[in-house]
Design a protein around this ligand. Sequence first.
Ligand SMILES: Cc1ncc(COP(=O)(O)O)c(C=O)c1O
Length: 405
Amino acid sequence: MLTPLIPQTGLSLLMEKQTEMSAFAKPSIPVAKPYFGEAEEQAIIQVLRSGWVTQGPLVAEFEQSFAKYVGAKHAIAVSSCTTALHLCLYALGIGPGDEVICPSYSFIATANVIVHCGAQPIFVDIDSQTYNLDPALIPGAITSRTKAILPVHQVGIPAPMQEILAVARHYNLPVIEDAACAIGSHYCGELIGKPIGVVACFSFHPRKIMTTGDGGMITTNDDELAARLKRLRQHAMSTSDMVRHSASRVVFETYNEVGYNYRMTDIQAAIGIEQLNRLPDFLAKRRMQAVRYTEAFSQEEWLEPPFVPEYATPNFQSYILKIKSPVPNMRDKLMDDLLRRGIATRRGVICIHREKAYISQKLQWPLSESELATDTTITLPLYHTMTIEEQDTVISSIIEMGRTI
Ligand SMILES: Cc1ncc(COP(=O)(O)O)c(C=O)c1O
């Protein structure tokens, strides 16, 4: 019997610094919790004993399994979704003076990767129901400097890709899918990651349904692009370490362009392989939990459960509830009250354009739906090991508070 290497409640997200925490009870129901078992522990030990701990055989195996699962020709493992997105933008030639269309209603990395390329994010408002880019607003944002469209499958609800692709084709622009939260979500019957755009980029941060601690994956059907991305993630080295180590003659590598170190380790990949095996289970459980939440909250006039478009089967990476109450700051009061009862929540998703890092960027049009969504939504606890009792506590606490606040 192994001594557990990883406490079930571990990892950085649970240690998030909460400055006002002292005023509240330590949450006994977290907003998210990664799940690991003995398979992951054994897999890590095997890697350590093998002596090959980065960008090796397990990374290759994880890539193959991931590509097969989503139905893509290639999967390229990297260190995070941020590095995945940056590498794709760079490989597609996005640079200084260029503009990339994306939502403001997203995690800040969506815009940061554009800035990392020296380009400018052009924020387009979202649809009020799906919280994804509103395709009707994209043409109005296109200029001669626009070089790509970067839609986000926000919290795992797929963006309306057919409409976005129609605009992209009309203006001959590549589409880079920010699929950080979308592993296991379906768009029109196909898994996200079977590329709709040129590339799709995933995150394996512990807040995501499957995790490798940190990590990312790019999927694409483009052979040339895949080969270049594989070089670029490893300093643009012409030959991989695996090829060099298995060669019967000495191989000297070359560096034909400037690359990055965005490698995934074999320790991460070993965990990823096991998490991918567990994914169907993770998804089934989350979908069941989402149904329970929706059944309970649909009865409440002041609450709006997440909208599921006809074309989508979401993974419920997060369960985002909209608070429609006319009481001022009702969402924030609710979050405080829940925390006092030991229930952790987060606001839905930030508006990037309101953050200090982006506030100097002059807006060309209002982003009112994005702002409304940021101000009125709340992310509820949802994780694989959440019990019916824990979920019932969350449900009854919210409903009760709605009656008293
Ligand atoms: C929409 C979106 N894009 C990008 C990222 C960045 O992912 P990572 O933390 O793996 O770099 C996240 C992370 O939460 C995200 O939600």
